[in-house]
Design a protein around this ligand. Structure first.
Ligand SMILES: Nc1nc2c(ncn2[C@@H]2O[C@H](COP(=O)(O)OP(=O)(O)O)[C@@H](O)[C@H]2O)c(=O)[nH]1
Ligand SMILES: [Mg+2]
Length: 234
């Protein structure tokens, strides 16, 4: 184990699928693998501004430029998350080059609905670039907008079984077929409030978060960090 090893995890996906929000939510309760050092805490503070906005029922700002978020792992590696600009998942040769070299990738899509096609295209672009041996996982975001919390629980337990039994079945099944069994993670950063999606229409007619209650957001991140940390020990 070299303590200078760097393990990169690219967060990839079309624009507006919830990459930045998910990362902010994941880091809001600092994961126990992050070393207790000043640099990591400084970085945690930087991502916390997005979390503070969400908790105050505001939207996070769009990602205008890709960003590295480095954290020291207790086992020695430097883990760097790369939050990309979504549009680049379709047209950036530079971003594709980063993806080819990354240690692992989290591929984000919204629960298949209106924007499913472009979301899926971003995923296909990534899968055509990532070397076969690179660990990857699918993250399905905004689940509260399409599922009740009971349905969500079933979907978390077995995404494949759920996709077979329930209507937007086809799009979801096609996505799932591109990933290994345990590497599919439905999440919601908003969650539910009084049994309804935790959002409301503000005075400008925009949906904004309302008393959000994230669910299962840590699972894909912990999974992929464990993959690269395992690599390091091997
Ligand atoms: N309904 C709902 N909206 C979400 C959720 N997560 C993020 N969003 C919203 O989706 C939009 C895009 O999120 P963002 O993280 O900026 O997406 P990115 O472009 O992939 O980084 C923002 O308005 C978020 O507030 C969620 O769990 N549920
Ligand atoms: Mg973003």
């Amino acid at each position: 184990v070299s303590d200078r090893t760097t393990q990169d995890i690219v967060l990839w996906g079309s624009t507006q699928v919830g990459k930045t929000t998910a990362l902010a939510s994941y880091l809001a309760i600092p994961p126990s693998w992050i070393a207790d050092d000043d640099a990591s805490r400084t970085e945690l503070w930087a991502v916390r501004s997005d979390w503070n906005l969400l908790k105050q029922n505001h939207l996070v700002a769009g990602t205008s430029k890709a960003m590295w978020r480095p954290f020291q792992h207790r086992d020695g590696a430097m883990i760097r998350f790369r939050d990309i600009r979504g549009g680049h998942s379709l047209d950036s040769a530079d971003e594709a080059a980063v993806l080819r070299k990354t240690s692992a990738a989290l591929l984000f899509v919204e629960w298949p609905a209106q924007r499913a096609l472009i979301d899926e295209l971003a995923i296909e672009n990534a899968l055509a670039q990532i070397p076969a041996a690179t660990p990857r996982a699918l993250v399905i975001t905004k689940c509260e907008s399409q599922l009740t919390s009971a349905e969500f629980a079933m979907c978390v337990a077995s995404p494949r079984k759920f996709a077979e039994e329930r209507p937007p079945g086809v799009a979801l099944r096609r996505l799932l077929s591109k990933f290994q069994g345990d590497a599919v993670f439905p999440i919601t950063v908003y969650g539910w409030k009084d049994g309804l999606p935790a959002q409301y229409y503000n005075e400008f007619g925009h949906f904004v978060p309302w008393a959000i209650e994230p669910a299962m957001v840590e699972r894909p991140f912990d999974y992929i960090v464990a993959q690269v940390a395992g690599e390091l020990r091997a």
